[in-house]
Design a protein around this ligand. Structure first.
Ligand code: PLP
Length: 403
């Protein structure tokens, strides 16, 4: 008989990861009736015309298994959209596009299908929290390269540190641009350094570009569009992020056919195929005209600016994020005078005392304790939600500290 402690049933490879911080904070926020600027979960519920398309698809089409790599109409729409954003060629929908259950599954199927036990993968830190768990599932090993906060509150890596992270075991580099949680958009020079490294050491690039339609300064540049990168890059995307419908869990992997075969080798045995009516509706959604994407960008820019102005007034320190859903701020000018030393205790205090939930980013670091002075705030929510959170934070700041 196994011991009664339920933790003992968890496979060793998952034991270091505990419960996802997003599940934990969202549950705390609901219980405390806090405004949730934690998990990247939009509170505007996606366009009605896409929901209508799903209802029609469910009524008028068979609700049975669809082809393992995805419904052809969706793969074609992904290929067209891929070519209009970020530069680069149009992928072949049959051989180079795979529809997955959210980018979450695209990440897992990529790692499981591509990597052998002992392979090393270079990962920028802070990272999206699924990455180390995905690598652990594949038996692969992360090598972290820090993104450090600069004097202006932005984040940058040292090219020398990146170069020295390569070993004979390095198989791939994992890049997320625009980046969660920092909001960093890797610039041409930085992408060039990464591409050079991939070419020199014959590495595969895994480019998590789920925020490719959430760039607020300049335009998104795909890693795959750089010279010599198309045939070695797996680019991952997310319908949920593009249409503020995160619960649909539709994502994709775009890669040359040799790498697509690796992704599909795992995809066929993880989910096999993704909910058929939602794929058909997503195919219609991805044909939205440019006005949809222009409006999306304008709305998010406004939300970002509202949150940034309010947080700055409160004393948080950061540079405006150039992309993505989040502001990653140094909380110490606000928290230290109140006696808080780290992100976890301050985050829990703000849920209870201010009624505002954020994410403590130390969960996004394994190689350093840099995260303890930072907090992540989501701006993928409405102006009203952001303003309510700011009002509560102001009220909290004005209240005398509890003794
Ligand atoms: C960087 C990054 N990659 C992947 C995902 C997962 O995307 P999906 O919701 O499509 O599974 C997220 C979601 O927050 C993310 O921020």
């Amino acid at each position: 008989m196994p011991p009664p402690d339920s933790a003992s049933h968890i496979a060793r490879r998952f034991q270091p990861f505990g419960t996802s911080i997003f599940a934990e904070i969202t549950a705390r926020a609901v219980a405390a009736d806090a405004v949730n600027l934690g998990q990247g979960m939009p509170d505007a519920d996606g366009p009605d015309w896409i929901k209508d398309a799903a209802a029609r698809a469910m009524r008028d089409h068979p609700n049975q298994y669809v082809p393992m790599p995805g419904v052809p109409a969706l793969r074609a729409a992904i290929a067209d959209r891929f070519a209009t954003t970020g530069g680069g060629r149009r992928p072949d929908p049959d051989a180079e596009v795979t529809v997955t259950s959210g980018c979450t599954e695209a990440l897992a199927s990529t790692m499981l299908g591509l990597l052998n036990p002992g392979d090393e993968v270079i990962v920028f830190e802070p990272f999206y929290d699924a990455y180390p768990a995905d690598l652990a599932m594949a038996g692969a090993v992360p090598r972290f390269v820090p993104l450090r906060m600069t004097r202006d509150g932005g984040f940058a890596f040292d090219p020398a540190e990146l170069i020295s992270a390569v070993t004979p075991q390095t198989r791939a580099i994992l890049l997320n641009t625009p980046h969660n949680p920092t909001g960093k958009v890797f610039d041409d020079g930085e992408l060039g350094v990464i591409a050079d490294l991939c070419r020199q050491h014959d590495l595969v690039a895994i480019a998590d570009e789920v925020y490719d339609h959430h760039v607020y300064a300049g335009e998104h540049v795909r890693l795959a569009s750089l010279d010599g990168m198309a045939h070695r890059t797996i680019t991952l995307g997310s319908f949920g992020k593009m249409f503020s419908m995160t619960g649909w869990k539709i994502g994709w992997a775009v890669a040359p056919s040799s790498l697509t075969k690796a992704v599909r080798a795992a995809h066929q045995f993880t989910t096999y195929c993704v909910a058929a009516p939602l794929q058909r509706a997503a195919a219609e959604a991805l044909r939205a005209d440019d006005a949809y994407y222009t409006d999306l960008r304008a709305r998010f820019t406004h939300q970002r600016d509202t949150l940034a102005a309010g947080l700055r007034e409160l004393g948080f320190r950061f540079a405006d994020p150039a992309g993505g859903y989040f502001i990653l701020a140094d909380h110490t000018p606000v928290s230290r005078p109140r006696g808080f030393a780290d992100d976890v205790s301050f985050c829990h205090h703000l849920i209870d005392a201010a009624g505002v939930a954020t994410i403590p980013p130390s969960n996004f670091y394994l190689g350093s304790d840099e995260g303890s002075r930072l907090l992540r705030f989501a701006f993928c929510v409405s102006e009203d939600t952001i303003n309510l959170a700011l009002e509560r934070l102001h009220a909290w700041r004005e209240a005398p500290p509890a003794r």
